[in-house]
Design a protein around this ligand. Structure first.
Ligand code: MG
Length: 391
């Protein structure tokens, strides 16, 4: 029996994790859940999975949950301390599925407590990849990616030697604006940007898929997860999202992992690692798919992808700065404050002023958090100049 804790249990990955877990009651038991403000969704999860510990963002939310569950309520923790409590609960595997920078500290806490971590929160590696790698090596738990591309690479690398790898190739769906010209993209509405062709995901990552920032963040994530030099990570656009990523080896052989786009598969892979479970999902029928297309990503129409490569080349705190700027600009776009191209423009402004001021070294978590704070403040200065501006 594997005891499972979930950070971000009411989000898209959290809900799908609990769906996978509930299919294998002899194999998994939920011991701790952390949510934000969605009290009703957490209450339903508590009734179903009976964890000993849950966490919510605020005292107010905790009071509502306590009233809702009455004497059936588990221990309820709150805020950052609550996230840390769930991250270090008595579990075998922690699903790290918070969105954005919020997940960094609790995920590191889980690693430092020696837990196996199933990592869906890519920002953790983007912000502090070197620190997380060091902590994993020091504390002995496994770090298994959940992001579909990284799960694919992880599976392709199984039994292989890292020194034999020539290139990691991440596939990108291209998002909803893949075939749009720059002028039309400039006028894209929030609703159009949220309309992802293949994947059903949370709003932040869906916008990141429309700008291709998601792929950029995944390039940085891959560099740190698999410890390969940035020059050995490539991106290819693959609109069908059937090939989830590929690994090219020194001898020219290429391994790919395929499947229909369903996040429950990489979730199941991560939770069961190194075993596999008989998951009932729709099977890939290649004759029904018929054809698989591939094309070069367009860094002109999608400047966020180039920004990620720039941040990776600048190194140290630059990726954390880009990530924080992007969280602020995406929030402003989702709130209807700025037009779609202003997401990339804001990110570029913040990244260039940071690189201009010198990208600081990362000695510990404080350096990462300071860079994050600096970038958010800078983004808030930059954002008003893009507000309401029709592109
Ligand atoms: Mg992905």
């Amino acid at each position: 029996m594997r005891r499972v804790a979930v950070l971000g249990s009411t989000g898209s990955i959290g809900e799908q994790t609990l769906d996978v877990v509930s299919r294998f009651p002899d194999r998994y038991r939920v011991v701790a859940l952390a949510a934000g403000a969605n009290v009703e969704a957490l209450a339903v999860q508590v009734e179903r999975h009976r964890p000993a510990l849950v966490s919510l963002a605020t005292d107010e939310a905790a009071a509502v949950l306590r009233a809702r569950l009455g004497t059936d309520a588990p221990e309820i923790a709150v805020g950052e301390a609550g996230l840390r409590a769930v991250a270090t609960a008595d579990a075998d595997v922690v699903m790290s599925a918070l969105v954005g920078a919020l997940g960094l500290e609790p995920t590191l806490a889980a690693v430092e407590a020696g837990r196996d971590v199933a990592l869906a929160n890519k920002e953790v590696m983007v912000m502090a990849g070197a620190l997380v790698r060091r902590a994993v090596a020091a504390h002995g738990g496994a770090l298994v990616p959940v992001d579909s591309e990284h799960s694919a690479i992880f599976q392709c690398l199984s039994g292989q030697r890292l020194e034999d790898v020539a290139r990691l190739v991440l596939t990108a769906s291209g998002g909803p604006f893949r075939t749009w010209d720059a002028e039309r993209i400039a006028r894209a509405s929030v609703q159009e940007a949220l309309n992802h062709p293949n994947w059903d995901m949370g709003p932040k990552i869906t916008i990141d898929s429309a700008t291709l920032m998601n792929k950029g963040l995944e390039v940085i994530e891959a560099r740190w997860l698999f410890d390969v030099p940035p020059a050995r990570v490539d991106v290819v656009v693959h609109p069908q999202s059937i090939v989830h990523s590929l690994v090219e080896f020194l001898d020219g052989s290429v391994l790919a992992q395929l499947g229909l786009p369903d996040m429950r598969v990489p979730i199941a892979v991560a939770l069961a690692h190194p075993e596999r479970v008989p998951l009932e999902v729709e099977r890939l029928d290649l004759t029904a798919v018929g054809r698989l297309d591939f094309e070069e990503p367009d860094r002109g129409r999608f400047p966020c992808l180039q920004l990620a490569f720039d941040a990776l080349a600048a190194g140290e705190t630059a990726p954390a700065v880009l990530n924080a700027a992007n969280e602020e600009s995406v929030a402003a776009f989702l709130a209807g404050r700025i037009p779609f191209p202003a997401v990339a423009a804001t990110n570029a402004d913040v990244l260039s002023s940071h690189v201009g001021e010198g990208s600081g070294p990362i000695r510990d978590l404080r350096d990462v958090l300071a860079a994050d704070t600096w970038a958010r403040a800078r983004a808030r200065e930059v954002l008003p100049k893009h507000e309401g501006r029709s592109a």
